[in-house]
Write a protein that binds this ligand. Structure first.
Ligand SMILES: NC(=O)c1ccc[n+]([C@@H]2O[C@H](COP(=O)([O-])OP(=O)(O)OC[C@H]3O[C@@H](n4cnc5c(N)ncnc54)[C@H](OP(=O)(O)O)[C@@H]3O)[C@@H](O)[C@H]2O)c1
Length: 245
């Protein structure tokens, strides 16, 4: 199976930003979507927008830190559409802050969302992909997985873990499965600095407003990896603003 038309794609973190843009992008190309996030109203708005434009999408309220929620999300794809072709693990939190502020709940949330959340997705989708003898993991990391900048130490560590887990999974994936890492740089979404220390949030938001690329830039990169023929596995894509150091 190549192309995007007809593929069943599950996206976590689809209620805003990159996840919502990716859902819209793929729906326009004929993908059938199962979208997950915690905010029901925002998730429903994305589903309604896609279906109003003739696309096919269903929303499921999930928290990626809960193993059973990811199972429910991937089961929804199989129950509704009969298969699962792609899992986009995109849910994330950019609540960054200097270590001295000891915002340990934010540290925990980044570890739980990016590392446990990704593993929960792998645990839910891998048995389905093995049974089908096809499937693709698309994991969203960050340029912070390549360059560590203060005060993003915890965020960068968890996104580096996403990169490492993705390569480990790729090595074990065998001839039937594809594994893709997509690492965005500054992207124009509401999530930049959200929930982090106020000073950091202001600084990051300012930088975002000056240099960020639109979330469609990441959506199209994800679409590029998905639309390749089954024998072609795009393993790593980094997309950053040209001016980003
Ligand atoms: N924007 C950037 O500059 C940038 C750069 C590099 C990497 N990224 C990465 O791109 C991904 C998307 O971020 P974004 O920029 O699009 O920000 P965003 O608009 O805040 O999107 C984050 C998404 O993740 C969801 N989410 C967060 N925690 C969740 C949880 N525990 N369970 C389920 N869903 C959860 C949020 O939905 P709910 O709150 O409704 O659950 C939301 O849909 C993240 O992994 C982020 O780290 C972003």
């Amino acid at each position: 199976m190549s192309g995007i038309e007809g593929k069943v794609v599950v996206i976590t973190g689809a209620s805003s930003g990159i996840g919502a843009a990716t859902a819209t992008w793929l729906a326009e190309k004929g993908a059938r979507l199962v979208l997950g996030a915690r905010r029901k109203d925002r998730l429903n708005a994305v589903v309604e927008q896609i279906t109003a434009q003739g696309g096919s999408a269903v929303g499921t309220v999930i928290d990626v830190t809960r193993r059973e929620d990811l199972k429910r999300l991937t089961d929804t794809a199989v129950d509704r559409y009969g298969r699962l072709d792609v899992l986009v693990s995109n849910a994330g939190t950019m609540a960054v802050s200097p270590f001295d502020e000891l915002r340990q709940d934010d540290w925990d949330a980044m570890v739980a969302t990016h590392i446990t959340g990704l593993l929960n997705g792998i645990g839910a989708a891998l048995p389905i992909f093995r049974r089908q003898r096809s499937g693709q993991f698309v994991n969203v990391a960050s340029t912070a997985a390549y360059v560590v900048k203060s005060p993003m130490g915890v965020y960068a560590a968890t996104k580096t873990a996403v990169k490492v887990l993705t390569e480990g999974l790729r090595q074990e994936s065998g001839p039937d499965l594809r594994v893709t890492l997509v690492s965005p740089g500054f992207t124009d979404t509401e999530g930049v600095g959200k929930g982090g220390s106020p000073e950091t949030a202001v600084a990051l938001s300012r930088q975002r407003d000056e240099i960020a690329i639109p979330p469609t830039a990441i959506a199209s990169a994800i679409g590029y990896a998905i639309e390749q023929p089954a024998a072609i596995d795009i393993n790593e894509i980094v997309v950053r603003p040209t001016v980003q150091a």
